[in-house]
Write a protein that binds this ligand. Sequence first.
Ligand SMILES: Nc1ncnc2c1ncn2[C@@H]1O[C@H](COP(=O)(O)OP(=O)(O)OP(=O)(O)O)[C@@H](O)[C@H]1O
Length: 539
Amino acid sequence: MKFQRSSVVTQLHEAIKDLDFRNPKLILKSVFQIKAFDLEQSLQEVTERYEKEKQKRKALHNSLIELRGNIRVHCRIRPLLPFDDAAGYSQDRQRSFSEKVAYAADDETILVKCSRPGHASVNKTFQFERVYNDLESQDAIFADVAPLLTSLLDGYNVCIMAYGQTGSGKTYTMLGPQLEGNLAFTTEEESELGIIPRATQEVFRLISEKPPGSYWVEVSIVEVYNNEIFDLLAKDSCGKVFGIKRDVVTTREGKSDVPLLTHEIWSWNVRHIEHDEVAEIILKYYFCQSCGGTTVPSSPHWGGDVACLQSQLQLPSHRTVENASEFLHLVNKGLQLRVTHPTLVHAHSSRSHLVVTLTITTVVFGDNFGTLCEDEQTSQRLNKEASFTFAQKMRDNKSTSSSRASSPVQLEATEKMKQVKTRLQLVDLAGSECVGMSGVTGAVLRETSFINRSLSALADVLGAIAEQRAHIPYRNSKLTHLLQDSVGGDAKLLVMLCISPGQKYLTESMQSLGFGTRARQVQRGQIKKKNFPVPSKGK
Ligand SMILES: Nc1ncnc2c1ncn2[C@@H]1O[C@H](COP(=O)(O)OP(=O)(O)OP(=O)(O)O)[C@@H](O)[C@H]1O
């Protein structure tokens, strides 16, 4: 900066030397030029300083979010589109329905021009972690989402949820543009792909960078339609997918679970265990049949079948995914079953909430069982359970002398193969809608009422968490019950707020912005990371 200042002064001296003192107009012009140059320099300096401070502030803000367990909220304003071209005016007749009223003031602020009858128009602003203007691409959106996927592989659960009024761009943001008249997504334009296919691709890429021998991914797809949960990957006896109704329950540990849900084992990257590695495991966890349970590493008593143990240690057969298209194919199959109906607002309105879940299992061969668990108590309980199960297996084995020696060795060896599961939930919520505007009747009206009720249940849950109430009403709706673990605290949660920019949707946009503002204030406590066990030497 010092250097820049001195260079300005030097230039000033040079300019003064060259001045033609007989021509006052020229002198004035030169002085102004120098002043303008000086101001430009100062502006540049201030801008650079501002950018640096902004980065620092962002980093601090992110740390604070992590510590408090805040929900991150990003807000995307979609462009005005031909179907926004509506005839009519706002109540005060100041603005045409198709006029744009929502703008990104900067990358953290959205500005909405509000007009009410009898009042002067006012500009309202809302702050979020990130605001995208209508020109920002799918790439830009995903660039800010990608760090969460790194967290996923570091041991955090993650949930990304699109919220907004019907037609505001949730499905576009989460999946990509739909083919005309067909509920399917194309990969022809990779740059147009939404968060779900990109996130999947990124997860596979991140896994491929990890040391081999450790991961596999399961996928499930469900929709919540009229407060019922449907498994969109369930297959009939001919292998054709058909939506089957499932229920959501709370497990003994207080987590939500959908029993019998279909999981596609989508890929695994587990190295086949070599013969000598199996032998090493066997030697390490050797169970001697004749003496009833002593570990004798070098004993030749073991009569089990290495190949059999090897096959037990291998994980389910895999499909390798080269790009997002295969994954989209699977999602598309499920999506064919997702319910949509045309409304006056949106020709392909989704009538259900879509939840795509990727469960990543990390397998580690290790002795350090305790480090797997999130807290000391759970660790001790699991260690106790593990030793009890092993002792029981030894007794069982002793009493059934005819059983093959491989059995307990295999089980014990498998027990030393510990798993850590992390979960990525990608949610495309159905859009809130004003019944008068969408013009729905009959069955579609019923759907709308279910959609609106489940969304207000979601808002109630967030309200209860924000107020730290003793009872959080997760079970008031299947949607909140299903998303309980993500919303309630053990996941890094990002809400992608989608906004239609037109005057026509002002009321709904303000409602969504209010939801996003409240969501940002929710503090859920520091999100826990799942620790990975220390791998055994050589594994
Ligand atoms: N950023 C964008 N750029 C271009 N087109 C967009 C964008 N966002 C949305 N659209 C288009 O706007 C229309 C409505 O978007 P979309 O289907 O994503 O809405 P939605 O919020 O999912 O609606 P619903 O809740 O009714 O299902 C679609 O035709 C979509 O392609």
